[in-house]
Write a protein that binds this ligand. Sequence first.
Ligand code: SAH
Length: 184
Amino acid sequence: MPREDFIPLQYRDYAYLEVPLPLPGTQATISCPHSYPLFYEPLGLDQGHRFLEVGTGSGYGSAVAREIVGAEGLVVSVEIDPLTIAFARANLEGTAYRDIVLVQGDGGLGYPELSPYDRIAVTAACSTIPPPLTEQLAIGGRLVAPVIEQETQNLLLLEKTAEGIRTRVIGEVLYVSLRGAYAV
Ligand code: SAH
């Protein structure tokens, strides 16, 4: 997935540096390149999965996910900022993936219309994992989210089983804060 196609013109020379870069909108960034495997590998994102992303940003994460889940899977991505989602929509129009479902709204509420999801990635930092997201996760599903604990943000992996919810910390990260009903 050509990352430079998801970056504003003035920053394209930096497309492959391990840094987040600014996007149109309030507080939106394209995350640094390693953050996509950091999220998608513990998720075990795979072919055929129904995937929900909270925070579309550039659209790059959605495009990479669509590449992984394939035509049998589904990618839904929710972005709260109208300028940012317009940028993502324009970027995704340049790809082969016209079937990614982009929704403008509060991703903390998920997108119940197309739930349940096998995998969910929250790409903005929250103080707790928004309950609607756990509800919209299928049994056997996994979710990753940066969760603020005191001064640090920990990337949490949550697994939902028939017996209950398990979480573990993957590592420390730094993301922009979640807005909306579950704002920090
Ligand atoms: N996944 C993105 C990175 C996004 S940065 C990418 O690959 O480029 C975090 C994004 O979350 C920002 O665009 C911000 O506007 C968005 N955001 C913040 N709060 C949100 C919310 N409640 N619902 C949906 N998007 C939200």
